[in-house]
Design a protein around this ligand. Structure first.
Ligand SMILES: Cc1cc2nc3c(=O)[nH]c(=O)nc-3n(C[C@H](O)[C@H](O)[C@H](O)COP(=O)(O)O)c2cc1C
Length: 388
């Protein structure tokens, strides 16, 4: 019997990962392209995505669905896929994010199933030994031929740390630990001879990692801190930042402050998270939002999420919706708009210095069609993205 996927009659996925065109360095991969406003899918490794809704079309995060959404995004020219590292769900009837794929192995599978899009792994560094993880990261990077990116998470959720049997350090110590962890990983990616490491958090003997990352340069490192320590960490250690949008007015000053922290001449991509509910008209989008939140919202999960996250996140947002409505809608800045209005909002964000959005949505396959067919052509006409 033929082994599945073996030989010339293998599935199309087997041919996807041929050498990607003329790229000769990481800087030429799609995530560094000239598009003024880049786009990625955010959170599709999690059941329910980022929304606390009972709507039957909510995201079923099966592997098959993940591959389909990733391939649609890759074919449409999107720049990245950003998963959520999550070890506990939001309870209620739906238990959003209660079922999740581990993100590093998720990225490996998707990199092997796509051609040009970058896939991130979102790593709680406190949960993984850096010598082990540095090799996993290199493996992912080779699978994607330089398209793997690392989202470093220092952690915030005591329940997740409890389930790992690890103490959640004091806030600034978490970032110090991440810096120490990253120092080890970077050494492994660059040192060609065995080395000893004697740092604050790690005492290691005779460390050597081969192979080195694809093209010899380190995978893109991103960080998603909002506090001043988080911003300092990102400025010093990350190639790009993911952040939250407090409001259209407040994001510009926030990003200017971050840019001022970056070393001179280093232009970092600064992405923000959003939740996209776009439809041909704004009325249709708002009606859909009403249905998702007020007819189908999982308010029990919203109660739970508010208790768990409310104190941490409520200060970050304008109060145009109650916190519970906001949590049900989805993590990230809500863009509930017709196609034209959504592109106007994106233009304002681009003018404020946002380089792109990591987009949550209710269903990453069905809603993606609105992005591909409704938003992308308008974004091209508005000069936010180059014509494909
Ligand atoms: C776009 C984005 C993605 C994030 N993804 C995760 C994640 O997957 N898992 C997680 O535990 N925290 C995640 N976070 C939380 C951050 O890692 C960080 O803990 C949070 O922003 C608080 O940082 P601060 O204490 O420096 O303000 C994310 C934050 C943002 C803005």
């Amino acid at each position: 019997m033929r082994r599945r996927g073996a030989g010339p009659a293998a599935s199309p996925a087997a041919n996807l990962n041929q050498a990607p065109f003329m790229w000769t360095s990481r800087a030429q991969t799609r995530i560094f392209n000239q598009n003024r406003f880049k786009l990625g899918l955010f959170g599709m490794n999690c059941s329910g995505g980022l929304s606390l809704t009972k709507a039957p079309e909510r995201w079923d995060a099966s592997w098959e669905h993940n591959v389909q959404a990733a391939q649609m995004a890759d074919a449409a020219g999107l720049e990245f896929l950003l998963p959520i590292g999550r070890w506990h769900g939001y309870k209620g009837e739906t238990d959003t994010q209660g079922t999740t794929f581990e993100t590093l192995t998720w990225a490996c599978g998707l990199l092997a199933s796509t051609r040009e899009i970058t896939a991130f792994g979102t790593l709680h560094v406190a949960f993984v030994n850096p010598v082990f993880a540095a090799k996993q990261i290199v493996t992912a990077d080779h699978i994607g031929q330089g398209r793997f990116g690392l989202n470093i998470v220092s952690g915030w959720n005591p329940l997740e740390f409890g389930s790992m049997g690890i103490d959640l350090r004091d806030h600034d110590q978490r970032y110090a630990y991440s810096a120490g962890w990253l120092e080890v990983a970077r050494k492994i990616w660059t040192h060609t001879e065995p080395f000893d490491h004697d740092g604050t958090f790690f005492h290691l003997k005779g460390v050597l990692g081969k192979p080195k990352p694809w093209w010899g340069s380190h995978p893109i490192i991103v960080s998603a801190g909002n506090s001043s320590t988080g911003k300092d960490f990102a400025s010093e250690h990350a190639d790009c930042l993911f952040t939250t949008i407090p409001s259209l007015e407040a994001i510009g000053p926030k990003l200017r402050e971050f840019r001022a922290l970056s070393p001179q001449g280093v232009r970092k991509n600064m992405f923000a998270s959003c939740h996209l509910m776009v439809r041909p008209t704004t009325k249709e989008a708002r009606d859909y939002h009403h249905y998702i939140v007020h007819e189908m919202g999982d308010w029990e999960a919203a109660d739970y999420a508010e208790k768990l996250r409310g104190a941490r996140i409520s200060a970050q947002f304008d109060k145009d919706m109650s916190l519970k409505e906001r949590l049900i809608t989805g993590a990230g800045f809500p863009i509930i708009a017709g196609y034209d209005e959504a592109v106007e909002i994106m233009t304002k964000l681009a003018d404020a210095g946002v380089d792109g959005l990591a987009c949550g949505m209710i269903n990453y396959i069905e809603d993606f069609k609105h992005i591909r067919d409704g938003l992308l052509p308008r974004m091209e006409r508005a000069g936010l993205r180059q014509k494909r």
